[in-house]
Design a binder for this molecule. Structure first.
Ligand code: PGA
Ligand code: ZN
Length: 423
């Protein structure tokens, strides 16, 4: 089946900011569209999305965030290379690399390359008469990933009501994804009820659908979520465990970790000790970005001292980048990687990062961004790739629930197994 039309255009994401959409049409008359997500607490080493800023396309009503140059790159540079060619994801990604050999896709824009790469994957799956999940795993049982779900948010997603970015829950005791989601919704709703009873809820729904409730320490935020879990009749630890996304780069000034709400400043050494005490005293099974993106020494020291079973998850540290992952493997700086396709810029090379992580016994967590959209390809990637875990935000906002609903659909219609990487 051949490609006969490729079109890029600008659409809006869940924060009302412009993002790139790409549609690939095939000779059977079908059209396949993908929209790219965008972060707010982005790592310095991520692939580069093109924003128009004060360039020739600056649209003042979008505060310079329009993506018209990336769209133009799709329509004028990428489309001519693909039209009349057979649909094939590997071929498409090769063309994108030839057009823009820079590692971070800064010439075409990673938002342009990822939109095309994803649309190509979806179109290629269609040409093989498969869903996107089955495109990557044609036979056998599909593994539905364990969700890691946002309950409380702070940091860049909720006006710094907490120093850290998220307190999340992991329904490790659930027997199916369907059951897991029902527990999660119960906890998310009870958190709003109890927060209000404590006089705390600001009614702020954060960027990823969690609650932006202010707490004056990380410990108190964790204790609150534990209380909520118990109140819905579930057991802390065996049914639902906690996870944190510290997003520490956001409050590291190059010398000190500045916890403003706690009125504390820690050196790297002190912060390693603080985080170690925190994970030892709270039912935390996974900690993401506990240290800044280039504070490699702190990561390494922590890995030597922290509880053996703890998942130490690199997001800003690793930015879905093979070079950074290989460094972390060699130096034992983490034991898990967050996989965000738009940090990387291409579907095939994102999958290569995931494969390299798995080959080196790293856990993999496929993740959405804080700026999302109605697409559900992330659920198919996480399942088709057998990632083991998925992080999408919370259960408020259809841009989040599109992914959860797709996992529910896969569990309903496919032969599946709900995996628990923490068992
Ligand atoms: P971001 O946040 O999409 O704003 O980077 C998500 C995360 O840090 O995991
Ligand atoms: Zn993160």
């Amino acid at each position: 089946m051949k490609i006969n039309r490729v079109i890029g255009y600008q659409v809006l994401d869940s924060r009302g900011r412009p993002t790139v959409a790409a549609s690939i049409s095939l000779t059977d008359g079908s059209t396949h569209t993908a929209r790219v997500p965008s972060g707010a607490s982005t790592g310095a080493h991520e692939a580069k999305e093109l924003r128009d800023r004060a360039g020739k396309f600056e649209e003042k009503f979008y505060s310079g965030l329009s993506v018209q140059q990336a769209v133009l790159n799709i329509n004028e540079k990428i489309a001519p290379k693909l039209i009349e060619e057979q649909i094939d994801l590997n071929f498409v990604d090769k063309q994108l690399i030839e057009l823009d050999p820079s590692e971070n896709h800064e010439t075409l824009g990673a938002n342009a390359t990822l939109a095309i790469s994803l649309a190509a994957a979806i179109a290629d799956a269609h040409s093989q008469n498969r869903s996107l999940a089955r495109y990557f795993k044609p036979d056998g049982v599909l593994e539905i990933p364990m969700p890691m779900v946002n309950i409380l948010s702070g940091g860049a997603h909720a006006n710094r009501s907490l120093d850290i970015q998220d307190v999340l829950i992991v329904p490790v005791g659930a027997k199916s994804f369907t059951q897991a989601l029902s527990w999660i919704v119960a906890v998310r709703e009870m958190a709003a009820v109890l927060g209000k009873a404590d006089g705390k809820v600001t009614h702020l729904v954060a960027d990823e659908g969690g609650l932006g409730i202010a707490f004056d320490s990380i410990e108190k935020a964790c204790e609150f979520v534990c209380k909520v879990i118990e109140r819905v009749g579930l057991k802390v630890g065996s049914d639902i465990a906690l996870a944190l996304d510290v997003a520490a780069t956001q409050f590291f000034d190059g010398e000190k970790y500045n916890l403003a709400t706690m009125n504390k400043k820690y050196t790297s050494d002190e912060f390693v000790k603080y985080i170690n005490t925190l994970v030892s005293n709270q039912p935390i099974i996974s900690i993401e970005d506990p240290f800044a993106e280039d504070d490699w020494a702190a990561w390494q020291q922590f890995m030597q001292e922290c509880p053996r079973k703890l998942q130490v998850l690199g997001d800003d540290l690793l930015t879905t980048n093979l070079t950074r992952l290989n460094k972390a493997i060699a130096e034992k700086s983490a034991n898990a990687i967050l996989i965000k396709a738009n940090q990387n810029g291409l579907v095939t090379s994102t999958l290569n990062v995931l494969k390299q992580a798995r080959a080196n016994n790293f856990n993999t967590v496929v993740s959405a961004r804080s700026g999302e959209n109605e697409d559900s390809w992330l659920a198919d990637l996480a399942t088709g790739w057998g990632a083991g875990q998925i992080k999408v935000g919370s259960t408020h906002g259809s841009e989040r629930n599109a992914k959860w609903n797709r996992l529910l659909e896969l569990e309903a219609i496919e032969k599946t197994k709900f995996v628990n990487p923490f068992s």
